[in-house]
Design a protein around this ligand. Sequence first.
Ligand SMILES: *[C@@H]1O[C@H](CO)[C@@H](O)[C@H](O)[C@H]1NC(C)=O
Ligand SMILES: *[C@@H]1O[C@H](CO)[C@@H](O)[C@H](O)[C@H]1NC(C)=O
Length: 328
Amino acid sequence: MKLVSITTVLGLLLLTKDSLQEDIYENCHNQFEPRSAICKKFNFISSEEAVKKGCIVPTNGTTFYDLSDLPEVNKIDPKLVKFASLITNVFEDGDANFAYASCEDIHDSRGYTSGYAGFTTGTGDAETLIETYTKSHPNNKLKKYLPRIRQISNMPYCDRKSRGTTKGLEGFCTAWKSEACDESGEFAETQRAWIYENYMLPSARYAARNGIRSALGKAIFYDTIIQHGFQYVEPDINIVRILTLTGPRTKNESEKDYLTRFLTTRRQLQCCYPDDVWPASASRSADLQTLVNNFEKNKDLNDSIELVKFGRRITGKEDIHTDSKRCK
Ligand SMILES: *[C@@H]1O[C@H](CO)[C@@H](O)[C@H](O)[C@H]1NC(C)=O
Ligand SMILES: *[C@@H]1O[C@H](CO)[C@@H](O)[C@H](O)[C@H]1NC(C)=O
């Protein structure tokens, strides 16, 4: 999982310091101005304090929460899967295109970040994805990197610096792109299936526990789990933190009102986080809130929608099979 969009980071680097400040906080004004009244509850600490506090070591072989207390969800309407993915693609990559072939070391101590949901070589998800793909496609070009990726996975979890290495992975991005652009579309499909299983279904279970029925509400939960994760090793930013601080849906509360409270907490978190990247991502919550404001029109996601801050329209008719931006 990648926490931030590389396009956001690159975009910011091009700005001067003064306009940089303004740009980061563009969606953090008025009720979202970071100040003690809204930020205190998150109890965010500076990066130096975080280093002192140390990192949570996984004890049960996973960094994810146990979901067994949540309602089961066995299937999600493919139309919703597509629409939700397109929205998150815009937020992550600037347009609805599926970034299957993206691959880059974004220097966030996670090694190479690749694919449309940011699989990384330093956190184990690229490893399981390539393993799954190799089962059905034993001659793929990524297979030869598995031994080295497994070595990285076996390094101490909290040794971020070592796990972020790309040494021994020379040529990984070329191989990734070649598989992702292959005409068969099978690596792209493996990516979609992995995301469906490991992020889309869990997000739908969190949504179900809060009585979310609308397609729009489910898409909001999906986007949240993609950006914030549901890993207990990242307790201050994950979806569970947002849910806890939002509080349960009250008895007569409409879905629209609950989603508004949820997105308010999420946007406060984004605005209050003490770095240069999360506040910039408040544009995601701002655009989703605009859709929620017109709940009756947008709730089924069967008409085209506008993501105003990102300047993109989604129709639901976009191609999901190829990364046309990167594969020529
Ligand atoms: C693993 O352990 C952590 C810490 O006790 C817990 O929060 C998490 O839910 C567990 N995950 C699973 C999948 O059992
Ligand atoms: C969306 O589609 C569903 C089922 O296909 C239909 O019941 C609903 O009225 C449609 N909503 C809008 C706003 O067109």
